[in-house]
Design a protein. Structure first.
Length: 256
């Protein structure tokens, strides 16, 4: 039976600085394409079809035009070495898309990366609260540049705890370090982190990084589990922009 992300995260001991977050794919089968549909460009490897990830969340920190025809949604674990490798790639792809796509980078700390991943994920949301979208992406990229990865956290974090993360947060644009520290212990922050995990579960994410590319006209979504290069992401954005021959959202549950 698939573990429930929300139940596991909500039951975790936030006061102890560690949360147990888990997810697994739901194995849902994609519905067949409607008969008589016009031919569309094929979806190449390494991409797979996925359930519609839906419109961007209210809490998403969005780079690029809000009304872009394509959205790139990335789930990332701050302590994941492959996410560290992938850092900055989606941001650069959005810059090259010339208004055709936007980006939402979501936090998904995995259980085996321990407290360091959870604290960093929550801190990223807290930085966004104070400094906005640009500060959020600056924090995430700075954290990846400095962390030892695989749960080791930042240099000095084992001795200084959250203070090491707060230093990166304030350098990224959060003006009030004490507020950031308190925010990383807040149930509201936990609830927002869980919402991003819930969305990953619905999208059948199997690990981090996970990258979904959505056509915002049709809701059609493709997804890849793992780090990719910029050329692969650029091609996926162009592909999904080209797959817009339907003029209305698909029926509920439809995925091509």
């Amino acid at each position: 039976m698939r573990p429930n992300f929300r139940a596991l995260a909500s039951a975790a001991a936030l006061a102890a600085g560690a949360l147990t977050l888990a997810l697994a794919p739901n194995g849902a089968m994609a519905a067949p394409a409607p008969s008589g549909a016009a031919a569309l460009p094929d979806i190449p490897a390494p991409w797979r079809t996925a359930p519609d990830v839906g419109a961007l969340l209210k809490q998403d920190r969005v780079l690029g035009p809000a009304d872009a025809p394509v959205s790139v949604v990335v789930w990332s674990d701050p302590e994941c070495p492959y996410c560290k490798q992938f850092a900055g790639v989606p941001d650069a792809a959005i810059a090259r898309a010339n208004g055709r796509a936007n980006l939402a980078l979501r936090m998904l700390p995995l259980p085996f990366h321990g407290a360091a991943a959870v604290i960093a994920g929550m801190a990223a949301l807290c930085v966004a609260d104070q400094g906005g979208t640009q500060a959020y992406y600056k924090f995430v990229n700075a954290y990846f540049a400095q962390t030892g990865g695989n749960g080791r956290g930042l240099p000095g974090e084992a001795q200084r705890g959250r203070a090491a993360v707060v230093d990166v947060a304030t350098a990224a644009g959060a003006a009030d370090g004490k507020a950031v520290e308190a925010c990383t212990r807040s149930k509201d922050t936990l609830d927002r982190l869980v919402a991003e995990g819930d969305a990953a579960e619905r999208a059948t994410v199997q690990g981090t990084p996970a990258v979904a590319v959505r056509n915002n006209v049709t809701g059609e979504t493709i997804l890849v589990d793992g780090a990719i290069d910029g050329d692969t992401l650029d091609a996926a954005i162009a592909l999904m922009a080209a797959r817009s021959n339907r003029q209305a959202p698909p029926p509920p549950g439809y995925s091509r």
